[in-house]
Design a protein around this ligand. Structure first.
Ligand code: FAD
Length: 497
């Protein structure tokens, strides 16, 4: 259940003593602290299904302010949960033990761009896409591109070690962060790494990226910027079966092709997209691949020939289309990016899953996914960052149907188990958060989990940073929402996974 009492009638909350609220206001100013019930309600959920109310929300504008708040929180034993764009799909921002939610959206500035060294210093609340937009005139871009890049923040991406289509060739967020400033358990600002290459000692930046807010709150980050590829071409390759598409992916990888992006849509998603957007996909296609090839003109020319040949020669190939202009590319990608919107026609609610399997096991696991859909009476359509073996089955359902949520959750449990049995893992890029902590024992021994807790506690000995996340924690329960977040019908065509 949601922790901490709340005034159901609305008005100011009384759970947090007035003296603490006034100390918070001294540090942050009157607009920097929210305590009214109706304001707190907005902060009780993210893009996952659970909810819990914070006792107050704070909105710092500087790292120093946040450091002072953490000192106060440590004295008063208040939990601290960071929140960026709240697009997290594993419940990372849900304050299961109440306390303070830190809204970082006011800290969204680019502090420095250093094109000579391909670096930028940014605040954590900066929206991912705003970074690329700002440096595009310099011929640069920020490579990690989660599908939520229009709403998710660099701080959230760091905490989740987020991925995206272009992480296949360029690596996940961890490969693009060279330095961090974070507020630690003592309420001190601590710097890890920095713009100078190859800092000696332990790779604490690498350790902090992906720690899901349990090590401290990131207040600044040095990020890598890459030179935008001068040429990109996109292929759409349709196959009779998912197995044939899988074979094409394996053949591409075996031939040494490292596409900029390599995405897959299965038959149910193709049908949903066709019904919603009349994309003109080849009728009867069992699977579709989208392949981006990017780089210098000569290299792209060479790879183009190879990709086309492999895609066409794979048995089961139906048609291979090619898009060389930006407009043609946008058209092919727009369809892929419309999967969530198309899902809204299938059912009013969805559960967006995230698991990873070895590419060779893709067809087997997708077969299991289809069986699960039939057995639990839900529609499942799958899109995948297939180059990484990262699957996103989307379970479509109607939350008003009695008893449906436990069935959806049971289907999800079996899906995660199928990924693990196939030699994969429990999350590709959405993190563990609340959602997947119960699955951690599927891939880690009690000894492994104990060691992870020791590492966490070295940063977070007070246990106040994002408690109840990542590691199994039976004490930290949350309320299930009656209507899950992620109403398919309300999703626009530019929201995609
Ligand atoms: C439609 C959709 C598509 C998505 N597609 C992808 C995808 O392609 N790839 C992918 O990886 N994810 C994807 N996601 C999941 C989500 O967008 C990512 O996990 C993203 O990185 C979360 O960023 P955020 O700013 O929204 O973080 P939030 O949801 O606000 O927070 C996520 C976690 O980060 C912590 N956190 C936030 N800011 C900080 C900080 N400054 N310091 C320390 N901890 C912090 C929070 O406490 C929480 O644990 C998608 C989500 C949606 C809704």
């Amino acid at each position: 259940m949601a922790s901490g009492p709340a005034s159901a009638e609305g008005g100011a909350r009384t759970a947090l003593p007035a003296r603490i609220i006034s100390q918070l206001r001294e540090i942050l100013g009157p607009d920097g602290v929210l305590t009214r019930y109706e304001d707190l309600l907005v902060y009780e959920y993210d893009a996952y299904m659970d909810r819990a109310l914070p006792e107050a929300v704070i909105r710092p504008t500087t790292g120093q302010q946040l450091a002072a708040v953490v000192q106060l929180a440590v004295r008063e034993r208040l939990a601290i949960t960071a929140r960026g764009g709240a697009s997290g799909l594993s419940g990372g921002t849900i304050p299961v033990r109440g306390g303070l939610v830190v809204d970082l959206n006011s800290m969204h500035r680019i502090l420095k761009v250093d094109p000579d060294n391909g670096l930028a210093l940014v605040q954590p609340g900066l929206i991912n896409l705003d970074l690329t937009t700002a440096v595009t005139p310099l011929g640069l871009y920020y490579a990690p591109d989660p599908s939520s890049q229009k709403t998710s923040t660099i701080g959230g991406n760091i905490a989740e070690n987020s991925g995206g289509p272009h992480c296949l060739s360029h690596g996940m967020t961890t490969n693009h962060i060279v330095g961090l400033e974070l507020v630690t358990r003592d309420g001190l600002l601590c710097t890890l790494g920095g713009p100078a290459p190859d800092a000696p000692g332990y790779d604490l930046v690498g350790l902090a990226v992906g720690s899901e807010g349990t090590f401290g709150v990131v207040t600044q980050a040095w990020v890598r910027l890459l030179i935008a590829p001068p040429v990109t071409v996109t292929f759409l390759a349709a196959y009779e079966t998912i197995e044939a598409a899988g074979a094409a992916v394996s053949a591409l990888v075996a031939a040494g092709v490292v596409p900029g992006a390599l995405e897959l849509m299965d038959e149910p998603s193709i049908q949903a997209l066709e019904a919603a957007f009349h994309v003109g996909y080849p009728p009867g296609a069992g699977a579709i691949l989208l392949v981006d090839v990017e780089g210098l003109p000569e290299a792209v020319e060479e790879q183009e020939v190879l990709v086309r040949r492999i895609c066409e020669e794979t048995p089961g190939s139906m048609v291979v289309q090619y898009a060389g202009t930006q407009a043609e590319r946008d058209k092919l990608w727009a369809a892929r990016k419309g999967a969530l919107a198309a899902c809204g026609r299938v059912a009013p609610n969805y559960y967006l899953c995230d698991g990873t399997v070895p590419r060779s096991k893709l067809a087997d696991v997708l077969g299991t996914v289809r069986q699960l859909g039939i057995r639990y009476g839900v529609n499942v359509m799958t899109v995948a960052h297939i180059g990484d073996g990262n699957l996103h089955p989307i379970i479509a359902f109607d939350a008003l149907e009695e008893g449906i949520i436990p069935r959806v959750e049971a289907a999800h449990d079996e899906l995660v188990e199928a990924c693990v049995e196939a030699g994969g893992t429990i999350t590709g890029e959405h993190g563990v958060g609340l959602e997947k902590r119960k699955y951690m024992p599927l891939i880690f021994t009690p000894h492994d989990l104990e060691k992870m807790a020791l590492v966490r506690d070295a940063f977070n000995s007070t246990g106040l940073f994002n408690p109840g996340k990542v590691l199994p924690d039976p004490g930290a329960e949350t309320a299930k929402v009656a209507i899950p977040i992620g109403i398919g019908a309300a999703i626009g065509p530019d929201t995609w996974v």
